[in-house]
Design a protein. Structure first.
Length: 70
């Protein structure tokens, strides 16, 4: 039996949707893309990959806030 990881499937859908030209997107199309990306984020958040991304973004934000402080 073939099993498809939903997060991988959503990642492919996101890549296909984002490859389209910006001018060709309607407002509802952009809203649907945002919803798909949010669902993707919720699916990968508890994984080790999601935690790695969270840590990397946190370190980047921390370093940016340190460099911009007087």
């Amino acid at each position: 039996m073939l099993s498809i990881n939903v997060a991988v499937l959503l990642a492919v859908v996101i890549l296909v949707r984002l490859r389209r030209r910006t001018q060709a997107r309607s407002r509802s199309d952009e809203k649907l893309t945002v919803v798909i990306v949010l669902v993707f984020g919720v699916l990968i958040a508890p994984t080790s990959f999601g935690q790695g991304i969270l840590n990397a973004v946190g370190q980047l934000a921390h370093s940016l806030s340190q460099t911009s402080s007087p």
